[in-house]
Design a protein around this ligand. Structure first.
Ligand SMILES: [Zn+2]
Ligand SMILES: [Zn+2]
Length: 177
């Protein structure tokens, strides 16, 4: 995702959305999560876990998600190999790498603020830790956050085939050979 608009200036940071959605504790996977001591007032700060495909890297994220965007820009499409990136933005959150931190790799696209973190072995997208925010690829979480998608962004740059996704037949498993 890139926060620089076409005139080269920093656009309004999309992660400062007006609402703040709290991560949800999924009772079906409670063993994977724990809840820390109560924060200020009666709010409970939740910890979410995630990992890469090969299992080398694992992490815990503590904090709130401010926004959830699907980015259709060409950089995100190339970086994910799919129609769009799916990123959660958590301005005040923190990450604890519980496993494999040394296997994290980072890519900063030249001449832009587009960046990605990923596993050196399996190339799974991993959370990117910036100076004042964390970008969490939604797919690397081990449980889905209960956060609404705010918007599909960079829609004017979408792939020509993306409009067909909703209309495509849905098959529960793999297609017949
Ligand atoms: Zn993007
Ligand atoms: Zn991996």
């Amino acid at each position: 995702m890139d926060y620089t608009n076409r005139r080269g200036s920093l656009s309004a940071a999309p992660f400062f959305a007006p609402h703040t959605a709290r991560l949800r504790l999924d009772p079906s996977t409670t063993a994977r999560h724990r809840t820390s001591a109560p924060a200020k007032g009666d709010l409970m700060t939740q910890i979410y876990t995630g990992s890469c495909l090969c299992g080398t890297i694992a992490f815990e994220i503590t904090g709130d998600v401010a926004a959830f965007f699907l980015c259709h820009c060409s950089r995100c499409r190339k970086g994910t190999g799919s129609a769009h990136a799916a990123n959660l933005f958590a301005p005040g959150a923190s990450v604890r790498w519980t496993q494999g931190k040394t296997e994290l790799r980072h890519y900063q696209h030249h001449g832009s603020r587009h960046h990605r973190s990923f596993c050196a072995t399996c190339a799974s997208p991993m959370p990117y830790v910036g100076n004042d925010h964390i970008v969490i690829p939604a797919g690397c979480l081990d449980t889905a956050p209960d956060v609404p998608i705010n918007a599909g962004i960079c829609w004017s740059d979408r792939a020509t085939w993306v409009d067909g996704i909703a209309a495509a037949p849905k098959i529960a498993g793999l297609p017949d050979a």
